[in-house]
Design a protein around this ligand. Structure first.
Ligand code: PLP
Length: 374
C-alpha cells in the first residue's frame, strides 16, 4: 500500500524529517497547520487564501497586521515602514541603489560573501561603489570588522549573516551619520538588536520569516527622496509606502505565511526567546564541531554564524557517506554550497533544539565509527 495514502503514516513520515535546508526552510508546525486551513477556508470567508482578492478586508487586515507585527518585534518607531515586496532579496540588490544612490554618488559596501558580492555588482550599475572591506582573500571565512567609512557616501551596506559561508556580524558596525543598509535575509528575527541603527533592512521571507514569494523591506522613510532619479513606480519605495504595501497584487499566500510566522514568534516570546534558542542551537553545534576529531568548522571562531553552520570532514571521501547516513535518519539539507564545499546545517527559528541534539548525536556516532576503523 502506498504509505502516502494513509494519513497516520503520512504524519509519521513527515515527523521523522529534520529539515536543515538553507531556504526555503523549516517552518513552525503551527504555521503549516494554519496555512493549510487557509487553503480551504480563509478566515471563514468560505474562500481559499489562494483565490481571495488582495483588496478584500480579510486580506488587507492580515497584511497590515503583519506589517505592524514586524515593527513591534523590532521595536521600531513611526519613522519606519514595513513593505512586503516581490522579486526576492536579489531584487533589493538593485532596488536599494536605485532609490538611494544617485548616478554620480558613492555607496560603501562590505564584501563578506557571495550575496554581498552580488549586491555590489548591481549597485555599480546605478552609481559608484567603494568596497570598504573584503574577505575574499580567505574565501569569505571571516568578517573584516575594522574599516573606515569615507565621508559623503550615501550609505554603508552589509550582509548581517552570510548564509553560504557561515559567518555573521555579532556587533553591528557604528556608522555615525552614514545610513546603514543591511541584507538580513538569513538572520532577521533571530536576535534582538537596536534596529533603529539601520536605515533600511531587507530579507527574503523564505529563510526566517515565512515562505518563498515575498521580501520584507523595512525602511526609515527619512532616507528616501534624496536623490534625483526617475524611478519606475514599482521600484520606488515611496510609492509602496503611499499604497500601504498594496501597490499591485500582493503575493497573498506568502504574506499570510509570513504573518503567521511573525505571530508565532510573538506568541513564543518574541526576539528575546528566539535569541535564547538561537544560542542554544548554535552552542550545541559548535561544541560538537570543536570536540569531535573528524569535524572542523570553516568560519573563523569569532565570526561564526549562529544560523548557518559550515564545516568539513577530515577525509573528503567520508562526506558522501555521512550525507547518506543523515538521509537515513531523515536529516536533509546538510550538503554545503558549491563555492564553499563541505557541509552546512541551517538552524533557523523553527528548528527545535532537540533536532540539533539528534544531529550532534549522529555526528558523534559517525566520528566514533571512523576513529575505530582507522
Ligand atoms: C538567500 C539569500 C539571498 C537571495 O534571496 P532571494 O530571495 O533568493 O533573492 C540574498 N541574500 C542573502 C543573505 C541570502 O541568504
Amino acid at each position: 500500500m502506498n504509505r502516502l495514502l494513509n494519513n497516520n503514516k503520512l504524519k509519521e513520515f513527515y515527523m521523522q524529517m529534520y529539515n536543515f535546508n538553507s531556504g526555503p526552510s523549516i517552518l513552525p508546525e503551527y504555521v503549516l497547520r494554519k496555512a493549510a486551513e487557509a487553503i480551504t477556508d480563509f478566515k471563514k470567508t468560505g474562500l481559499s487564501i489562494l483565490e481571495i482578492g488582495h483588496r478584500t478586508t480579510a486580506f488587507i487586515d492580515t497584511l497590515q497586521e503583519a506589517r505592524q507585527l514586524a515593527k513591534e518585534l523590532m521595536q521600531l518607531g513611526p519613522d519606519y515602514e514595513v513593505l512586503y515586496l516581490q522579486g526576492g532579496a536579489t531584487t533589493q540588490f538593485m532596488q536599494v541603489p536605485m532609490n538611494l544612490l544617485g548616478a554620480s554618488d558613492t555607496a560603501a559596501y562590505c564584501d563578506n560573501g557571495i550575496w554581498g558580492t552580488k549586491a555590489i555588482k548591481e549597485a555599480e550599475i546605478w552609481g559608484n561603489v567603494n568596497v570598504v572591506s573584503s574577505t575574499k582573500d580567505k574565501n569569505y571565512s571571516y568578517i573584516e570588522k575594522v574599516f573606515a567609512i569615507p565621508d559623503a557616501v550615501n550609505y554603508l551596506h552589509i550582509t548581517t549573516n552570510n548564509t553560504v559561508e557561515g559567518t555573521q556580524w555579532h556587533t553591528i558596525p557604528g556608522t555615525g551619520q552614514t545610513p546603514l543598509v543591511a541584507d538580513m535575509s538569513s538572520d532577521i528575527f533571530s536576535r534582538p538588536l537596536d534596529f533603529s541603527r539601520f536605515s533600511l533592512m531587507y530579507a527574503g521571507a523564505q529563510k526566517n520569516a515565512g515562505a518563498a514569494g515575498t521580501t520584507l523591506v523595512i525602511v526609515n522613510k527619512n532616507i528616501l527622496g534624496r536623490i534625483n532619479r526617475n524611478i519606475p513606480p514599482i521600484m520606488d519605495y515611496r510609492k509602496h509606502i503611499e499604497a500601504d504595501s498594496l501597490l499591485n497584487t500582493a503575493p497573498v499566500f506568502a504574506v499570510y505565511v509570513s504573518y503567521l510566522t511573525l505571530k508565532w514568534i510573538k506568541e513564543e516570546g518574541g526576539l528575546e526567546e528566539m535569541w535564547k534558542r538561537t544560542k542554544q542551537r548554535a552552542e550545541l553545534m559548535y561544541a560538537a564541531l570543536d570536540s569531535l576529531d573528524i569535524f572542523t568548522p570553516i568560519a573563523a571562531k569569532e565570526d561564526r554564524s549562529l544560523m548557518n553552520v559550515t564545516f568539513t570532514i577530515e577525509n573528503k571521501n567520508w562526506e558522501d557517506e555521512f550525507l547518506e547516513l543523515c538521509k537515513e535518519h531523515g536529516m536533509i539539507g546538510v550538503k554545503g554550497y558549491r563555492t564553499v564545499g563541505g557541509l552546512r546545517v541551517s538552524l533557523y527559528n523553527a528548528m527545535p533544539v532537540s533536532s540539533v541534539v539528534k544531529f550532534t548525536e549522529l555526528m558523534s556516532m559517525f566520528n566514533d565509527r571512523k576513529k575505530k576503523a582507522n
